[in-house]
Write a protein that binds this ligand. Structure first.
Ligand code: B12
Length: 210
């Protein structure tokens, strides 16, 4: 059985063939969340190489494509039929089109029994407000990987306040740039930089054991 470290190494080197064959082997014994977490770690190193100028935009695009193919193998193993325990309106915020992490969080949330209304990427504050009116969710989840996404998240919370909807929902933010300071700045109720923890926090936000 290959190791998760081998998978991380192959992903960082963008060796797609090796990555996919390792995932096919690992999925037999390793829980899907552990495989996805290893892949997320690899993307952090890929991001560092991009910052240093060792990788270019084409490599970021390719990394995104490899991650999608990994998800095609791994996510079906997560899904099972369950009655929804609550609804989450979820979207990547305005100005940001990163959606791999959002889609992983969505799959984890659905596997834990949430109904997820996915608004996609580059989602304006107005679209969040509209969706809260329409779907009456218990939770609003916002995803963002760019530093500027934090500002967009703050604008969504403001728009919900303006619309008189803020107190009807719990708000959680997620993605690589979020932390307790971002939570405070945006006015969200909680934050998570990994999907498993995010789902546990969602449960706690609505009074269920997480
Ligand atoms: C792949 C990638 C891309 C792909 C995205 C493909 C896609 N469909 O998503 C493409 C090539 C399109 C891209 C574009 C750009 N990118 Co980019 N990208 C990345 C990269 C390498 C990986 C991101 C990723 O998917 N990670 C894997 C996932 C699984 O991790 P995650 O998103 O954190 O998600 C986890 C948790 O955060 C959590 N989570 C996520 N969402 C949510 C939501 C909720 C509610 C909860 C609870 C939890 C949760 O659960 C997930 C699983 O555990 C990162 C590097 C990095 N360090 O993040 C750069 C990175 C994010 N990109 C960066 C940049 C600069 C860009 C561009 C501006 C480049 C350019 N010059 O055009 C554009 C931006 C376009 C835009 N307007 O959004 C920078 C951002 C810097 C900054 N501080 O703002 C990074 C950090 C790279 C770097 N180090 O410089 N990118």
């Amino acid at each position: 059985m290959p190791s998760l470290d081998e998978l991380i190494e192959a992903f960082v080197e963008l060796d797609e063939g090796r990555v996919l064959s390792l995932v096919e082997k690992l999925i037999v014994e390793i829980p899907p969340p552990d495989i996805l977490e290893a892949c997320r770690k690899a993307t952090v190193t890929i991001g560092e190489r991009f910052e240093k100028g060792e990788y270019f935009l084409s490599e970021l695009v390719y990394a995104g494509e490899i991650f999608r193919r990994i998800m095609d193998i791994v996510l079906p193993k997560l899904r099972e039929e369950v009655k929804p325990i609550a609804t989450i309106v979820l979207g990547t915020v305005e100005g940001d089109i990163h959606d791999i992490g959002k889609n992983i969080f969505k799959a984890f949330a659905e596997a834990a029994g949430f109904k997820v209304v996915d608004l996609g990427v580059d989602t304006s504050p107005d679209r969040f407000v509209e969706a809260v009116r329409r779907y009456n969710p218990e939770i609003v989840g916002m995803s963002g990987l760019l530093t500027i996404a934090i500002e967009s998240m703050r604008r969504v919370v403001e728009a919900l306040k303006q619309a008189g909807l803020r107190d009807r929902v719990k708000i959680i933010i997620g993605g690589g740039r979020v932390d307790k300071y971002a939570k405070r700045y945006t006015g969200a109720d909680d934050w998570a930089d990994n999907a498993m923890l995010g789902v546990r926090k969602c449960k706690r936000l609505i009074g269920l054991e997480g």
